[in-house]
Ligand binder design. Structure first.
Ligand SMILES: [Zn+2]
Length: 426
């Protein structure tokens, strides 16, 4: 299954080193094969993987992960983050830069890149938009892009200064990299991570209103207009926010949006039920918001599924809801949640789900990933779309902070291949 060419066929993939060398289509009337040349016999191979009955797709791409390295490696590090990604079917991930030190300088960026290079999957680095993520002084975006940053972001914090944000948009546009924005206006929030409404009432706190997100999205779409920037609205959570992106896309703005598995699966009921393990920024919203996120995924307004994989220690998540940090892990449950919540419930075809988890994000971040083609990278996910499983607390991630433990999911990763090597499964 290749979402880029929309090819769905029975075929053998011949992998040589880190490349898909040939695709040999099988004779089967039930499949659509653009450009198929008929059945051939696969040549002798060193190793044969029998994937009959399974789906072979491009390795998944997640453009929003926190591997906490450097600085917070009691939560996660680049090695355990990579293992969690591989187990979840991901072969390319993009790390956020809210590390310690912040990724606002070439030394930190090089440390992250060098450590990432020793992992068997592709791990990309973003640089911060502003020094120390303080929102007051722009980083040296061209220099950091020259060092390999694939995007610019202060994820975790919004950039409130219009002038600085305009400069960031112009500079990133000139470097050809996207700017990813965490859209929550702090002046409207009284205790983040919990939606204002029944959930904040339950805890007796002010919470984070949907207006904090959509007001900033509207402002930033306005600021982006005319700068030429490629804009990524991260982890979109509100109906009004989705609508703002929909209209901006119609008007021709180069804007994209991410949805997380938790925002298309859960509502603010979950933070009442699971407490801090369902506390995240932006928070889980209402059922109407969740439905709007799903509609956005269906009509192309939202063109990426990203996990916002955000590990924290059990001690941190044991704190009261006002003190515990926001965020949940996501890499090892994303595919199962996508199949269970979006495909099996009839919202998306399997092809469209896979596109949102591969080609969609790869295109925004200019990654050579997210497709299967002759001559392309041998980054492959093999999964069983019908296998049912229960999420257990046995993660490859260091962290356990997720409300999904114990949940029944359909669709299971069987094997992940990155650069032609098996990195998970078998
Ligand atoms: Zn964020």
């Amino acid at each position: 299954m290749d979402p880029k060419s929309r090819m769905q066929a029975k075929a053998d993939l011949i992998i040589c080193d880190s490349t898909v060398e040939r695709i040999i289509f099988k004779n089967d009337d039930s499949v659509s094969v653009p450009g198929a040349s008929g059945a051939e016999i696969a040549p002798e191979a060193d190793e044969v993987i029998d994937a009959s009955g399974l789906v072979v797709a491009p390795g998944l791409v997640d453009v929003h992960v926190h591997f906490r390295d450097p600085g917070f490696t009691d939560k996660e590090d680049i090695h355990t983050g990579a293992a969690a990604a591989a187990r979840g079917g991901y072969t390319s991930v993009v790390m956020m830069g809210n590390t310690d030190p912040r990724c606002d300088n070439a030394d930190t960026l090089r440390y992250m890149k060098d450590k990432a290079a020793s992992e068997p999957i592709h791990i990309y680095v973003t640089c911060n938009a502003t020094m120390g993520m303080k929102g007051t002084e722009m980083t040296d975006i061209p220099a950091l892009c020259a060092e390999g940053a694939v995007g610019v972001t202060d994820d975790g914090l919004p950039i409130m200064d219009h002038g600085i944000l305009t400069q960031v948009f112009l500079k990133a546009a000139s470097c050809g990299v996207p700017v990813s924005l965490h859209e929550e206006d702090p002046s409207l929030i009284d205790n983040n991570g919990v939606n204002r409404g029944k959930a904040s009432d339950h805890f007796g706190i002010g919470g984070s209103p949907s207006e904090a997100e959509y007001s900033l999205i509207r402002r930033d779409l306005e600021i982006a207009s005319g700068t030429g920037v490629c804009l990524d609205i991260q982890h979109i959570s509100t109906a009004e926010g989705v609508e703002a992106v929909r209209q901006a896309k119609k008007s021709g703005l180069n804007v994209h949006a991410e949805a997380t598995p938790h925002h298309f699966t859960l509502t603010d009921d979950a933070v009442i039920a699971y407490g801090t393990n369902a506390k995240m920024n932006p928070p889980l919203r209402t059922e109407a918001d969740r439905q709007a996120v799903i509609r956005g995924l269906c009509d192309g307004t939202i063109d990426m599924i990203a996990t916002d994989h955000a590990p924290h220690t059990t001690e941190e998540k044991s704190l009261p809801v006002t003190k515990a940090p926001s965020g949940i892990i996501g890499l090892e449950t994303a595919l199962g949640l996508g199949i269970t919540e979006l495909v099996n419930k009839g919202y998306l075809s399997m092809m469209d789900l896979i596109r949102l988890m591969t080609e969609g994000p790869a295109a925004v971040y200019n990654l050579n990933a997210g497709y299967i083609a002759e001559g392309g990278p041998a980054d492959i996910l093999i999964f069983d779309p019908d296998a049912e499983w229960t999420v257990e607390d046995d993660f490859a991630s260091k962290a356990h902070n997720t409300p999904f433990i114990g949940r029944r999911l359909r669709g299971k990763v069987i094997m992940t291949i990155a650069s032609g090597k098996i990195v998970y499964g078998k």
